[in-house]
Design a binder for this molecule. Structure first.
Ligand SMILES: C[S@@+](CC[C@H](N)C(=O)[O-])C[C@H]1O[C@@H](n2cnc3c(N)ncnc32)[C@H](O)[C@@H]1O
Length: 221
């Protein structure tokens, strides 16, 4: 009896996860055309300077970028490393492909969901993402997948915005989150530090960049 309930519950959860994933994917497909325009002010004021870190950190022979979006990190890719970049939104990937051609950057672009990566275990030296785990429907699952494909001596680099530690601010973020998700598909109240740990990563560096809302994170498998 109990096994039947567990099986049914698992099936319901799988279906609900798949619906959530489809919904977020459609949102990013719709946003792809406006994305760069929408983000231009904050990109110019802040994000651009933070992305620079990627150039110095990405090392080894193979790296994976998750949620490449329109390809804003392409110009910060270091030379001489084989980089694969994925996104589950085909429209975002089209923009990234155009940007890569324009910048003459060689990158292996693939349509893929980070929650279900199609790469073997222990495959990449470095895995990285910027502003992605706020929108991955099951971010712990995605971070676990990243850990699986990262080599034992490898590294995870993340630039992420998350729920502030301050109780009042955190509460405000919780209240307005449903509206933000509806408009841009991103959650502003994710407890990303906890999620990284829950996925089994060991955090080696946590740097608060804009109060504690945006953080640069480094972790080892
Ligand atoms: C807020 S945008 C950030 C794009 C880019 N990384 C940047 O810094 O501008 C989030 C991106 O993650 C992608 N994404 C969200 N969930 C994903 C998933 N489960 N698998 C792959 N890509 C995902 C979205 O399609 C979108 O392109």
């Amino acid at each position: 009896m109990c096994t039947h309930y567990t099986g049914a519950w698992k099936l319901i959860k799988m279906q609900s996860d798949s619906i959530k994933t489809q919904r977020i994917k459609s949102r990013y497909n719709r946003l792809a055309f406006f994305y760069n325009f929408m983000e231009a002010p904050i990109e110019w004021l802040r994000f651009g300077t933070w992305r620079h870190r990627l150039t110095k950190r990405i090392s080894g022979t193979t790296a994976l970028e998750v949620g490449i979006g329109t390809g804003k990190n392409l110009s910060y890719y270091p030379h001489g490393i084989k980089i694969t970049a994925i996104d589950f939104s085909p429209k975002m990937l089209t923009r990234a492909r155009k940007a890569a051609v324009k910048l003459t950057i060689n990158v292996n672009l693939q349509e893929m969901d980070v929650q279900d990566l199609q790469f073997p275990d222990n495959y990449f030296d470095v895995v990285f993402a910027t502003f992605v785990f706020c929108s991955v429907p099951d971010s712990v699952k995605g971070l676990m997948e990243l850990k699986r494909v990262c080599k034992p001596g490898g590294k995870l680099y993340l630039l992420e915005h998350m729920r502030p530690d301050n109780a009042l601010l955190g509460f405000i973020f919780d209240v307005i989150n449903p509206l933000v998700v509806r408009i841009v598909g991103a959650n502003i109240n994710r407890r990303t530090m906890n999620n990284i740990r829950e996925a089994g990563w060991r955090i080696t560096l946590e740097e608060k960049l804009s109060t504690d809302i945006v953080r640069w994170i480094e972790a080892s498998p």
